[in-house]
Design a protein around this ligand. Structure first.
Ligand code: SF4
Ligand code: SF4
Length: 194
């Protein structure tokens, strides 16, 4: 869940249209049109990434007249389907997968079952990925893949390939480092899900 109190505003006179902001925005809220960046207010999660990366200092945050709420209620979807999706992605539905926004795997899973097909769409429904956007990215990917959706990075972005979890470690690495008990961790997760 995310409650958004502010939004990005572009000083058109300072913008040189280099698209840096467009490439770092997690929700597709800022786009360059006719060589100037414009913000879709309904999509801005106030993550500050565009402000941080704009080398021209053309973006600032301004207060919203009304806060924006992004939230999906996991109880709105079929619970067996949701549990199955989370188990397939190797995550418990009550796990908080985005510590910044407190978004759970169940909330992300529910957004996917309700029709989200990209990380951007998941973010716009749940708020996940709209603060640091580091830890949660690979788990959003796992849940999309578990639903049969392969994502491709938007032009200019490269973080879609982030993919590190207990379930993606090569078998030879697991065998080589038994002291980390990776096999045991996998088994325990699966046993607890049964
Ligand atoms: S990063 Fe700054 S200068 Fe570049 S397009 Fe965006 S607002 Fe304009
Ligand atoms: S503040 Fe974040 S969500 Fe809003 S336009 Fe900038 S990068 Fe996109």
């Amino acid at each position: 869940m995310r409650k958004v109190h502010s939004l990005a505003e572009v000083d058109q006179a300072m913008c040189i249209g280099d698209r840096i902001c467009e490439n770092v925005c997690p929700t597709g809220a800022i786009r360059v049109v006719k060589k100037k960046a414009v913000v879709d207010e309904s999509k801005c999660g106030a993550c500050l990434k565009c402000v941080d990366y704009c080398e021209e200092g053309a973006i600032r945050m301004v207060p919203r007249s009304q806060p924006l709420f992004w939230r999906v209620d996991p109880s709105d979807v079929d619970q067996d389907q949701l549990r199955g999706l989370c188990t397939k992605a190797h995550v418990h539905l009550d796990d908080v997968i985005c510590p910044c926004t407190g978004t759970t795997a169940g909330e992300v899973g529910a957004a996917i079952l309700k029709g989200a097909t990209t990380p951007e769409e998941v973010s716009l429904m749940t708020g996940v990925r709209t603060v640091c956007g580091i830890y949660c990215v690979s788990l959003v990917q796992e849940l999309l893949r578990a639903h049969g959706i392969e994502t491709t990075p938007p032009k200019g972005a490269n973080w879609y390939e982030v993919d590190t979890s207990l379930w993606n470690i090569p078998e030879e690495v697991i065998r080589k480092y038994p002291e980390y008990r990776l096999e045991e961790s996998r088994r325990l997760f699966l046993e607890n899900e049964e």
